[in-house]
Design a binder for this molecule. Structure first.
Ligand code: ADP
Length: 420
């Protein structure tokens, strides 16, 4: 059977040369351009021998060798360092890191196949024990230095990311404020225009005004979402707690979405709110969560589907400091729609995240699959968490043909007058 050689080398010229020389004498050659892909390929391909360039980007050849030698099933594969480095002690350094042999570049084209065959037949180079200790200490020190350098790089990258994230929030906040002022004026002017035209205006003119008003409302909604998400991300969302009735909220949602659901021939039902005692929380914000969930349920469910909003009391087991289990309200918004794939079930709660590619983006608020800005769920979760609650989704899979449906679970504390 032909022997397989893995060659880890970033230089294309060297890869071509070695591949040519080894294929010529009947070896199969697989190539990796850096340490991490070398490790992956070694696991997949299980080569008979690995040729390792030492000076490769990222993890160098020494570190890659040490890692390969620690992996189950790979530790017996001979690794031969192939390097242009020729400082004193480089051979010992390579062997101390785990290499079984050491060849220098430029390659001796005539001798390479024989050298490889020798290692494949079991030949191994060795270092004296007393030397190993010296080089091991040096290698450990170098690894710690590299680790420290990497931690510093990561910490700087993290600071940059935090800064960029802050700038993003600031930009969204500033853009939303800038947009809000002319929008408010526009809204006012449209009102004045309607008043001026009065009821005598032609039907076509009234239709134009109503279309413009609907667009202005939509824009105001987007601007409001932008302001909400920056408040949530910066921890400055203010809640106005008051006593609230879930029955009133459910009825309002049902009324608000009645026409849209009817247009899509969907059945929108509510259940369980009558059994929930008076709660404390920000009624407008809780309505906003449910509005986002129901509008998504409508959007991601085909015509003729079913959407249900249900409430029940559940209890959270008592922590050691409490004697009574805490009473919570669990609200479930279920739909018979396209579902959410398991690997997307957390990501859809990230700001501006859309499962589909942006090119297919449409912004219908209620049309089937009409996407939005990707802010509805992060805002809903942010508001739930600001109440001390939580929000998550469960769904078998994403399948627009079979429509496995989704269940969004919202947990809210019943709250007390003190919780404001
Ligand atoms: P959008 O404005 O894009 O709807 P959301 O934050 O409300 O933003 O939702 C994010 C993504 O989560 C959506 O683009 C959609 O892919 C997915 N999603 C939300 N609700 C549902 C649902 N009921 N069924 C299937 N997918 C959903």
């Amino acid at each position: 059977m032909t022997k397989k050689i893995l060659y880890v080398e970033d230089d294309l010229g060297n890869r071509l040369l070695v591949r040519h020389l080894l294929q010529e004498v009947g070896y199969t050659v697989v190539e990796a351009i850096d340490g991490l892909s070398g490790i992956r390929l070694a696991q997949e391909e299980r080569p008979d021998l690995i040729l390792m360039d030492i000076n490769i980007p990222g993890m160098d050849g020494y570190e890659t060798t040490t890692r390969l030698k620690s992996l189950p099933g790979l530790s017996d594969i001979p690794i031969i360092a192939l390097t242009a480095m020729s400082r004193d002690g480089d051979r010992e350094r390579a062997l101390t890191a785990g290499c079984d042999g050491y060849l220098t570049k430029p390659l001796d084209a005539d001798r390479l196949p024989k050298q490889i065959a020798r290692f494949l037949n079991g030949f191994r180079e060795t270092v004296a024990d007393e030397e190993i200790n010296i080089y091991l200490r040096e290698y450990n020190q170098r690894l710690v230095d590299r680790l420290e350098q990497k931690i510093q790089e990561l910490s700087r990258a993290n600071q940059n990311l935090t800064h960029t994230d802050m700038m993003k929030s600031r930009f969204i906040n500033m853009a939303a404020h800038e947009l809000r002022t002319p929008l408010t004026a526009l809204h006012g002017y449209m009102g004045l225009l309607s008043d001026k035209l009065g009821t005598e205006a032609k039907e076509s003119t009234l239709e134009i005004i109503s279309g413009a008003n609907a667009s202005i409302d939509r824009l105001r909604g987007i601007v409001q979402d932008m302001l909400d998400i920056t408040r949530i991300e910066t921890g400055t969302l203010q809640l106005k707690h008051s006593p609230l009735s879930l029955t009133l909220i459910f009825n309002k949602i049902k009324r608000d979405f009645y026409d849209v659901a009817k247009k899509r021939q969907q059945i929108l039902s509510i259940a369980g709110a009558d059994h929930i005692p008076m709660m404390w929380g920000d009624g407008e914000r809780i309505t906003q969560i449910l509005r986002n969930l129901v509008s998504n349920a409508i959007k991601y469910t085909p015509d003729g589907g079913k959407i249900e909003i249900k409430a029940e009391i559940v209890s959270r087991s008592a922590s050691s400091s409490q004697s009574e289990p805490e009473q919570l309200v669990k609200i479930t918004v279920s739909d018979s729609g396209i579902g959410v794939a398991p690997d997307q079930q957390e990501r859809i709660f990230e700001s501006f995240y859309e499962v589909r590619v942006m090119d297919l983006h449409s912004t219908s608020k209620t049309g089937f699959m009409g996407g939005g800005a990707g802010l509805g769920l992060p805002i809903a979760r942010g508001v739930a968490e600001a109440h001390g609650g939580s929000l998550w989704v469960e769904s078998k899979d994403h399948d627009p043909e079979q429509c496995p449906g989704s269940k969004f679970y919202l947990i809210l504390p019943i709250g007390t007058p003190q919780s404001q």
